[in-house]
Design a protein around this ligand. Structure first.
Ligand code: SAM
Length: 304
């Protein structure tokens, strides 16, 4: 416990000393707390505050601007779902682009696909990459794959300059639409993603929580329906340390060969990369189940 509360950022709860409480205007009136064993890193990059702490029950935790990005215990759910929902929905994905994802987890998962030949990543904050390599080696292992090309820059600019129709899949592993990721939730960005995808190409984006952000999701679905003329779907999964304990994904395809996201055509080939260990969360059944929505969400998402 740090006697001098002034030294620790506001998110280290002064109410319950020795605990981290995740407070944000994106989830007013609630805060998930984790017991802190030790603060391992505190820094401020050009884009955000970066913290790593050892929690009592979720392993090490990465926090950006006071918001939990990943914990060692439950990151598998998010990384595996955001990667395999799109890549298992198309035959033989070859060229993949990851926007954000500076912890390396999506790279680790994309590397499991033997058909993948090239994984480009555009992450805005080098500090996130460096901190992940230092404190989360089992997540940052993704950077070691020879197919990975890392660009440090803004994903908005990267997509603006991407060659038309050059990717089979784009995965937008972004933080929340407050701070550097704001434009990654806006229409022009989705238009640039559609332009960079081949016909029948797929995009999967981090799409917040059904319980907390139906307004944001409604806007995203509306924009995606205007832009992606293949199919537009919302999937969701359980991640205990994300606000409300769930996180969602927009899964869209461009006009061209049909993509049936709900029935994976390209089962994950686990043997392709023993180095990253077995899948802990994703499987074909949970893939299909991820698209089953509660009625309050179906009404909004399927009516758009
Ligand atoms: N799983 C987390 C979630 O659901 O919020 C996201 C994890 S990942 C660490 C988010 C990454 O997006 C961060 O490394 C952040 O620096 C990056 N990012 C934010 N805005 C960006 C932008 N405009 N271009 C590229 N990367 C960006």
């Amino acid at each position: 416990e740090n006697g001098d509360q002034t030294k620790e950022p506001a998110c280290f709860s002064s109410v319950i000393p020795g605990w981290f409480s995740e407070m944000s205007p994106m989830w007013p009136g609630e805060a998930h707390s984790l017991k802190v064993e030790k603060v391992l890193f505190q820094g401020k990059s050009d884009y955000q505050d970066v913290i790593v702490f050892q929690s009592a029950t979720y392993g090490k935790v990465l926090v950006l601007d006071g918001v939990i990005q990943l914990t060692e215990r439950d990151e598998c759910a998010y990384q595996e779902m955001i990667t395999h929902l799109p890549l298992c929905s198309i035959p033989n994905p070859k060229k993949v682009l990851v926007i954000g994802g500076g912890d390396g987890g999506v790279l680790r998962e994309a590397a499991r696909h033997a058909s993948v030949e090239q994984i480009d990543m555009c992450e805005i904050d080098k500090m996130v990459v460096d901190v992940s390599k230092q404190f989360f080696p089992n997540v940052a292992i993704g950077f070691e794959d020879p197919r990975v090309n890392l660009v440090i820059g803004d994903g908005v600019a990267f997509l603006k300059n991407a060659a038309e129709g050059s990717y089979d899949a784009v995965i937008v592993d972004s933080s929340d639409p407050i701070g550097p990721a704001k434009e990654l939730f806006e229409k022009p960005f989705f238009q640039s993603v559609a332009r960079a995808l081949r016909p029948g190409g797929v995009v999967c984006t981090q799409a917040e929580s059904l319980w907390l952000h139906m307004d944001i999701i409604e806007d995203i679905v509306y924009n995606c329906r205007e832009i992606f003329k293949g199919s537009v779907n919302y999937a969701w999964t359980s991640v205990p340390t994300y606000p409300s304990g769930v996180i969602g994904f927009m899964l869209c395809s461009t006009e061209g060969p049909d993509v049936d996201f709900k029935n994976p055509v390209n089962p994950i080939d686990d043997s392709s990369s023993k180095s990253n260990g077995p899948l802990k969360f994703y499987n074909a059944e949970i893939h299909s189940a991820a698209f089953c929505l509660p009625s309050f969400a179906k009404k909004v998402i399927e009516s758009k």
